[in-house]
Design a protein around this ligand. Structure first.
Ligand code: MTE
Length: 291
């Protein structure tokens, strides 16, 4: 496992680097600002979308600590030879963790660059012996209103639990990973502890957090944002600068964090978020209809 967190360096962080926004107070450093410099850890762990804790970007970091992540079980169901309820320790036993530095492009037109710690989703799914009839994989986030205030809100725009899904061939693509950590440390609750999906060529809402259920299905699973506003959020949600959200352009994005020194770093959005190697998964498909 390649670990690059360096908490011990805090006292030697140069002020100029901190101010420039490419080194955080914990001493995490990335290359000097270039488009794909790693986002400072402190930023990626305090500017979050995790509606179960509230809709403000700082709600998950402020309220996420209430979430109990031990013990953690994942139910595996549907078209698999080995269904059951698995303790996360058992799921991770013998798994080789690796670091993957990925761009994360939110459908809201901002993006970050995050060093995840995880393993291929395919490795996990194959453990349960998917049946030949399985075509999709569906994921469900924990539903625990007593610890997740957003799930108690009468004004919630989305229904809980949060659900997501992938076609099985997408799930088997080597870029799709299950993450258990970031910046060389275990995942903070606000980023989806203890287990989340990361699919870097899709808008961030596909990367479902705090997973408690995985089901293999023959039919396409329903997904939270598609259920909420189907004309705005599709099942595929591949990053695509030519297919716009009805209310804003997807042609460019704000690379976060913005600061006094780097301004509002607006960059062009790339097809599949720059991960062109996935294009074959969508060969022959009309991407305007399958947004
Ligand atoms: N998963 C759940 N369960 N609930 C959410 O609200 N938000 C999604 C995704 N996964 C969300 C979720 C969205 S919109 C984005 S952009 C990413 O998580 C953000 O991940 P991050 O906070 O780790 O950057």
């Amino acid at each position: 496992m390649h670990v690059i967190g360096a908490a011990g360096l805090a006292s030697s962080v140069p002020l100029a680097a901190l101010q420039a926004g490419w080194m955080d107070s914990k001493g995490f450093t990335s290359a000097p600002p270039s488009e794909d410099a790693v986002t400072p850890r402190g930023y990626a762990t305090s500017f979050n979308n995790f509606y179960e804790f509230g809709t403000d970007k700082n709600d998950p970091a402020e309220l996420g600590s209430r979430l109990t992540t031990e013990p953690w079980n994942v139910e595996v169901a549907g078209l698999v030879g080995k269904p059951g309820t698995y303790d996360i320790e058992d799921l991770l036993a013998g798994v080789d963790l690796e670091e993957r530095i990925y761009r994360l492009r939110c459908v809201e037109a901002w993006s970050m660059v995050i060093p995840w710690i995880g393993f291929p989703l395919k490795t996990l799914l194959e453990r349960f012996n998917p049946l030949g009839s399985a075509k999709y994989v569906a994921f469900t986030t924990l539903y625990r209103p007593e610890e997740m205030p957003g799930q108690r809100s009468y004004f919630s725009s989305i229904k809980y639990p949060y659900v997501e899904g992938l076609r099985l061939d997408e799930a088997y693509h080597p870029l799709a990973i299950m993450a258990v950590g970031m910046y060389g440390q275990v995942l903070p609750n606000q980023n989806g502890a203890p287990l989340r999906l990361v699919v870097p060529w899709k808008y961030g809402f596909k990367s479902i957090k705090s997973i408690v259920r995985i089901e293999l299905t023959e039919t396409r699973p329903r997904t939270t944002w598609n259920l909420t506003a189907s004309n705005e959020y599709g099942f595929y949600a591949n990053v695509n600068p030519t297919v716009h959200h009805p209310r804003w352009s997807q042609g460019s994005e704000r690379r976060l964090p913005s600061s006094l020194f780097n301004g509002n770093r607006k960059i062009s959005t790339r097809m599949y978020n720059g991960y062109e190697e996935v294009a074959g998964l969508y060969a022959g498909m009309n991407l305007r209809l399958n947004y």
